[in-house]
Design a protein around this ligand. Structure first.
Ligand code: CIR
Length: 309
């Protein structure tokens, strides 16, 4: 019961119970085919190189004493892209932009579900121009049949892709400093076949800074009250999610790709994640993007994942 042991790190174990519901035994009773059917399939990723002006990227937190190192950030980003290349048949890398210090955080620019792409009107004005290059790429991509601009649907709507957690069954959207109610309404309009659930976000930049998914039925979320209230707002248990609880928030941001999860190499959560991956019949690869975390970036933000035929 490894996941329960990570859950036990919560400050409030009683409240945790509805969400700490994965156990080796319950999963072992599930046929392997059913576990495999929960995997997230991806055919392609889009990434973008780090801007030479990364040092000017937005930050919520005061800049750390140690300034961000472009070289180290680039190496960490390159390692992440290499990892994607090992797992995916295609990775399209866009060149960096001098104009947009945050340009490598492509996840924020678009939400894609199969052949439909919704270009975001990003919450921070300084990042809005990043969408143009993504638009050009998507419009030329075979398999993408609809490219819609959020701005064309509503003038007041804003949303960052980092707030959109699409598990394959539900679309949870963070109501954050970057994403507003009108933005969530546009998502409902463009993806009407999915339930779009607004989730208030505090204490982090985006919803996915706090919670992500390993597969279509398993979330990764922080221990403690922060995770408890988030999971309650998401009605995670009622919607049939098992949850891996980790004490390190950065480690809760994982990327699910074709039966493998890519995760941050955080020593305090590594073992719990490894055990959780194994219990869910998933492989795991660890990377380090700690330098990008200095500008509030998580792992998911460095790619747009597509399932195009
Ligand atoms: C920003 O504040 O917009 C960037 N410095 C970080 C964006 C990270 N995006 C993400 O995790 N989805």
């Amino acid at each position: 019961m490894h996941i329960r042991s990570s859950a036990a790190a919560s400050s409030n174990h009683t409240m945790m119970l509805p969400f700490a519901c994965t156990s080796s035994r319950s999963l072992l009773r599930l046929p392997l085919a059913r576990i495999s059917a929960r995997r997230c399939f991806v055919t392609m990723a889009i990434t973008r190189e780090i801007s030479p002006r990364l040092a000017h990227a937005l930050t919520l937190t005061p800049p750390s004493e140690e300034p961000i190192s472009f070289e180290l950030a680039k190496k960490q980003h390159d390692d992440y892209v290499l990892c994607l290349k090992r797992l995916l048949p295609a990775v399209k890398e866009l060149p960096a932009s001098e104009d947009y210090p945050d340009c490598c955080f492509v996840e924020d620019t678009v939400v894609v579900v199969r052949d439909r792409a919704l270009l975001m009107n990003l919450g921070h004005e300084s990042r809005r121009g990043e969408v143009q290059d993504m638009k050009q790429v998507l419009e030329k991509l075979p398999g993408i049949n609809h490219v819609v601009n959020m701005k064309s649907k509503s003038d007041s709507a804003t949303c960052d892709g980092g707030d959109v957690l699409f598990t394959g069954r539900h679309m949870f959207v963070g109501l954050s400093g970057r994403t507003n109610e009108d933005g969530i309404q546009v998502l409902r309009e463009v993806f009407p076949e999915y339930e779009v659930i607004a989730v208030p976000v505090s204490g982090a930049l985006h919803l996915k800074s706090l919670v992500t998914h390993m597969d279509t039925h398993t979330l990764v979320a922080p221990t403690g009250e922060l995770g408890d209230s988030l999971l309650q707002d998401m009605q995670a248990a009622e919607r049939g999610y098992e949850v891996v609880r980790l004490s390190n928030i950065l480690a809760c941001n994982v990327v699910a790709v074709n039966g493998t999860i890519i995760a941050q190499d955080c020593p305090d959560s590594k073992l719990a994640l490894q055990e959780a991956a194994e219990e869910n019949n998933l492989a795991i690869e660890f990377v380090d993007t700690s330098e990008l975390a200095k500008v509030d970036a998580a792992l998911t933000c460095c790619s747009v994942l597509l399932d195009v035929k």
